[in-house]
Design a protein around this ligand. Structure first.
Ligand SMILES: [Zn+2]
Length: 314
């Protein structure tokens, strides 16, 4: 299994919770919408010429790819206009929090206004507004972004990140206490941690694609969604739904600690601004972490439905 998955890593493209994960999350959410929410969403889907939540789940990644002339939206006028209007939208997919973060509100040094928590709150605000401001996104765009970012925020490595003491490049030391992480380099959610020579053999891509594929050994998002609904249910987030993104991010950081467990950090190189750390993963890494990935995907789908059902739709 392990070598099969490593082989797959060589051929799978790099995404953020790849299309398989995002579509499955959206398909789960779609099945748990209240009748009132369904009608609000149906109106926005029609307005945006979209069909269902799965059909919009990857729009944010495709818009980001279009900014560098790649992907299905590279010639799409709406994507081009969106990228021109929001040139920093690539930052909205993640937040780089130290692995020891316990409270999102207490780590201001790591929570820029362009992070995924702020992005989700902005989507909610637009959907709850009578009329979005001309300088903001449209309501159909806000729905597309929300469906995607609710997925990203549950990907542990989109919220938890390794920071390092690199005073000896031959011996990188993981630092988790937020107070000790200020000013230290980080691995960008595992994007700079390489467990093999190939450029796709990095920890973030492993979580985005290979672990998701390994749950069912299939690329069919509908069967993945059906399977994820069969695993033990996840609890609802409680309290004011406007604060849920902060709590989801912290929950993801806690899961990210498990994703970093028993990784051996061999050596670091810094080429200009670019960090690269070679690591050794524990031998059963995929088998031990795919159930964690499955739980996070299931949580994302249910949490997204709960948020959509709570919105004060306007
Ligand atoms: Zn993303």
């Amino acid at each position: 299994m392990y070598s099969l998955c490593l082989l797959l890593l060589l051929i799978l493209p790099i995404h953020a919770w790849g299309p398989l994960g995002h579509s499955a999350i959206a398909a789960i959410a779609q099945k748990h919408l209240s009748p009132a929410t369904q009608s609000h969403i149906a109106a926005l889907l029609t307005q945006g010429h979209d069909t269902d939540l799965a059909s919009i789940a990857n729009w944010a990644d495709e818009v980001r790819a279009a900014a560098s002339g790649r992907g299905p939206l590279k010639d799409d006028p709406e994507a081009a206009a969106f990228n021109a209007k929001f040139p920093t939208n690539a930052l909205w997919h993640f937040v780089d929090l130290p692995l020891g973060t316990e409270d999102y509100r207490k780590v201001a040094a790591f929570t820029p206004v362009n992070d995924v928590v702020h992005a989700i709150k902005r989507c909610v605000a637009v959907l709850e507004m009578a009329e979005p401001r001309p300088d903001d996104f449209t309501k159909p765009q806000a729905l597309r972004l929300l469906v995607h970012f609710a997925g990203d925020i549950h990907q542990p490595l989109h919220c938890g990140t390794g920071f390092y003491d690199l005073s000896d490049l031959g011996h990188p030391v993981l630092v988790t206490d937020p107070r000790l992480c200020i000013g230290k380099p980080n691995d960008r959610g595992g994007n700079d941690l390489f467990f093999g020579p190939d450029s796709t053999q990095e920890l973030h891509a492993l979580w985005d694609d290979a672990l998701v594929f390994a749950i069912r050994n299939s690329s069919d998002y509908r069967s993945l969604a059906d399977f994820l609904e069969s695993i033990p249910p996840v609890g609802s987030t409680t309290g004011d739904y406007h604060t849920w993104p902060e709590r989801w991010a912290i929950d993801s950081v806690q899961e990210a600690r498990k994703a970093y467990r028993n990784i051996k950090f061999d050596a670091a190189t810094i080429d200009g601004q670019h960090l690269r750390i070679t690591v050794q993963l524990p031998t059963a890494y995929i088998d031990e972490n795919r159930s964690l990935a499955a739980t996070q995907l299931a949580k994302a789908g249910m949490h997204l439905a709960q948020l959509l059902n709570n919105l004060a739709w306007h």
